[in-house]
Design a protein around this ligand. Sequence first.
Ligand SMILES: Cc1cc2nc3c(=O)[nH]c(=O)nc-3n(C[C@H](O)[C@H](O)[C@H](O)COP(=O)(O)OP(=O)(O)OC[C@H]3O[C@@H](n4cnc5c(N)ncnc54)[C@H](O)[C@@H]3O)c2cc1C
Length: 362
Amino acid sequence: MAILVCEARVRTGLPSHAIATLCERFARDDAQATWSERSGRADFSFGSGILEATEDSIMLRAEAADEASLARVKFLLAWRFEELAKAEKPDIIWTGDGCDRTELLNFREMRVSRIADITPHLRRITLAGQDLARFDSRNFHVKLLIPPVGVEPAWPVMGRNGMPIWPEGERRPTVRTYTVRRVDALAGELDIDFVMHEDAGPGSAFALRAETGDVVGIMGPGGRGLADADWYCFVGDETAFPAIARMLESMPATAKGVALVEVSDASEEQTVQHPPGISLRFLHRNGAEPGSTTLLQDAVRVVEWPSDGSVFAWAGVEFEAFRAIRSYWRKEMNLDRSSHLAVAYWRRGFSEGDFKKAPAED
Ligand SMILES: Cc1cc2nc3c(=O)[nH]c(=O)nc-3n(C[C@H](O)[C@H](O)[C@H](O)COP(=O)(O)OP(=O)(O)OC[C@H]3O[C@@H](n4cnc5c(N)ncnc54)[C@H](O)[C@@H]3O)c2cc1C
């Protein structure tokens, strides 16, 4: 199979051990990474990144079998490099296969095609669009690009550095993170379940006022897939239920474990197909505000873990619960990084844009 290749020679004053730092970060992006003093390599499931240090520059090389995968490798190399060399404002310019294209291969313009209220506070919006096969993936988070009300949106395009260039001004869309609950690439549609919360920001306001034909953009998919294990612990509130439901539905019938889901009350419970060996428990806030209780972190502490075999623990919760649960899993249960993933899905009193400035996932 022909391999597509792009390269960028980036002048930099970074020390040569920067290659090791970059490769460690790629390992956290799920790559198999190896490095020596002046070179490194990161093999992702979708392509490879190669780094070579010379006197005054680092050569980045991206390789993949198709253009969309090549774009993902280029993005990760450029993003991690810019993150490390922020103060230098590095000038990354890719040359090679597909580098003259300006459209973002992970972007789709979608239209609202159906709206259904699943529970009193959960609205399912079906979006129709073209070429959705890439969203039928074990990584199922997307960035929703919400147009400003009453203004035709301008969408981001691909920059020469392999990263999106966002439009400025009133046509710029607002970005929020959601989970693809269902994809039917043949029918050209996917579902997103929106929690309709108080103090609605752009995400839940979009769902509240949505009408068929409304336009929205999606970019992705992203996130980490579920690791294989003998026993699982899932923890989440209503915002993470779409992700938990997709994981439960995709698991073999023999899977074992527990799923703890916080909802406001019985009217917000949903049924989902799940392996009989995974017990699904709903915890009710009973009138307390979302994000104001310790229901999930308390429940996590009394989970009975198996005495042998491998485990995987997953949490998608409000920021304070995220901190408590991750700390418990890491510091008290000594779960290593490959055995757990805890993510802050939202933060009480902060919009997504504001709370993402604080570290939420690692
Ligand atoms: C990987 C990932 C996947 C996600 N998937 C989904 C999904 O499928 N469905 C979904 O509904 N959400 C999902 N979320 C959570 C969603 O991104 C946040 O709730 C986001 O803040 C909603 O944006 P907004 O514009 O409605 O509110 P923002 O503008 O971000 O916030 C406005 C106000 O609303 C509050 N707020 C935000 N979310 C909630 C909430 N759930 N309950 C009460 N108050 C809230 C904030 O604290 C803030 O005060 C996901 C988050 C992540 C990181």
